[in-house]
Design a protein around this ligand. Sequence first.
Ligand SMILES: [Zn+2]
Length: 402
Amino acid sequence: MAGFVVGAAEAQPVASAVRVEVEGNVTRLIFETSARVEAEAYVLSAPDRVIVDLPEVGFHLPLKAGLAEPGTRGKKPVIASFRFGQFAPGKARIVVDLGRPAIVKATHAVPRIGGFDLIIEMQEADAGAFTAAVKRAAQEAVAREILAEGPKRSARPPSPGLPVIVIDPGHGGIDVGAQAAGNVQEKDIVFDFAKTLRAQLEKTGRYRVVMTRQADVFVPLGERVKTAREVNADLFISIHADILSDPQGVSGATVYTVADKASDREAARLAEKENRADSVAGLEGSDDAGDVSDILFDLTRRETRTWSHAFARTLVNYWGEAGPLNKNPHRSAGFRVLKAPDVPSILLELGYLSSARDTAALTRPEWRGRAAEAMVKAVDAFFSNRSGTSATGKLPGAGSVP
Ligand SMILES: [Zn+2]
């Protein structure tokens, strides 16, 4: 994580202002930066976006800087909205949601007093030109990937005895997740909770804990699943917080497990939203690795799902000590992050950021401590139930599925 070494901050360019200029059919998105920043920009479709890849940049800008102006009438602007943030170690990204098809004409860094203007120049385009640009960008991306492909990461050694729990704080970096009033962001709330939970689990001395992200960074959904499988996890806990546009007094925690068919409409909506995390950060939503029709795989997956349900039920039982539960506290849907076939996985929505009561609780350290304590009890109960099942505490066949 070279981007986080001490001293790197001095060299990191800072973006301190942003503006949009429209001139005929050309729209320029301009970031004022403290140093020259080289950008690479390209288009993606469905949804139509411009992706701007940058080296590490500190964005000292209001969070709402890129949000759509409310009440814009008439012809939609080229830039409907945009967001910016850290994308990967040492890399930042700007994602522009297009209101109308446009292509990237150029990116420049133009000197000005005190720094540079990073200019992303977009030109309105017809559907044909836009589609051609998307195709070109996709071909270039494949070529880049082939060039960049280094040696494959080797799997970490299996855990020495202790059950391994992977905690997955949702979102991060450019993907902020749900946003509530007063700059409360899901990515921060879930990260704070994950750290508390990790500390409490480690304190017991009974578990080895691995986090899918250690900082405010973007991690694709597939990478999170990969981490769980690489460390041969015994339990995967993804932490999120929900938000409703029409809250109607809905509040409390909900535990989700994966299912091919959603348990209800709300669960389907939520899975759809959480599965969009990659596309929020401008990653193409890659489909899951296809349907594997292998009888051993099916057996393992079924077994895993049984354990996932068992943990979900246990967690619901213990959560009462931490706070209120949703009316319907155990639901299921097709969450991509829960799809490791051999790792029991659940996704916990801590509460609703659209509920003032939930938000107040979720931002309080005392609440975090109490909730993490309840989770540790649930984890203890789960593993004490399981230890009778197999000598190693591992699922039969865990880790042996390709
Ligand atoms: Zn989320």
